[in-house]
Design a protein. Sequence first.
Length: 318
Amino acid sequence: MGSASLMRAALYDGYGPPEVLYEGRVPAPTAGPGQLLVRVHAVSVNGGELLLRSGGLRWVAGRSFPKRVGMDFTGEVAETGPGATGYRVGDRVWGLLPRMGFGSAAEYVAVPTRQVSLAPEGIDLVEAAALPVGTTSITALRDKARLRSGERVLVRGASGGVGNTAVQLAKAMGGRVTGLASARNLDLVRELGAEEAFDYAATPLADLGRFDVIVDSAGSDLPALRRLLAPGGRMIGLSFDSAAMVGYVLASYAFGSRRVRFFSGQPRHALFADLTRYVEEGALRPVVDTVHPLSDVAAAHRALEAGGVRGKHVVRVV
């Protein structure tokens, strides 16, 4: 593909509500040294993109426009750059753009080989776009919490994009899973492997008992959640709703044995390969709320902001 070629991409020309998003055209990339050019099939919508688009991170993102959206992707290798080994044209792949990278909601993306792996066989690439976020759950449960078989696990936001993968993977790792979700999604949470599922709006946290591991994707009420930790328990925060919460996490390291951990994942090849293995072994399946066309990317952002999500909102590119 020549550098002068144009491709379709999701863009916005100023911070604001989902309606600022539109499908436009930008120059198509080419594969540089150590890179793959991927023909994108689909991407998922992630919470960080909503914050960026609305202007909540303008101090990081700056004032240059147009800006683009999309962090993860599934697709097929269209071109291999110099020194890009291990992949052939036509290979099915999935991955994530490098740190703070946006722009995968487009027909093509150029990405270093370290950011991708082969996608699982036997799974549609559009549905598979719901799963790259599972790398966050693997890191949270296996590497940060060091979940052991038989431990009691609470997943807050258990039907959401990250939460549904956390329920499935905690079950696969031998955890005894309790999920908090909206009332209409409790059936899904149980189907994914939770022993117990409770309506977050009607269940006092204090009634849930003690947990060895808590995975929180809501980012609020951390002090109340931390009180649910058994001695030696670990809580993994996947998002925060204020800077005060960051201070709370740091304080938890200094006082007491029940610690709160936070991380911002940057998965690379090995972690995506682990994700592929979990899918091929049957431990993890995609949960898709709605598939939206690239031309209606604004609807995908609007739906995620509305909440009550069952899995992932996916944007189909091809």
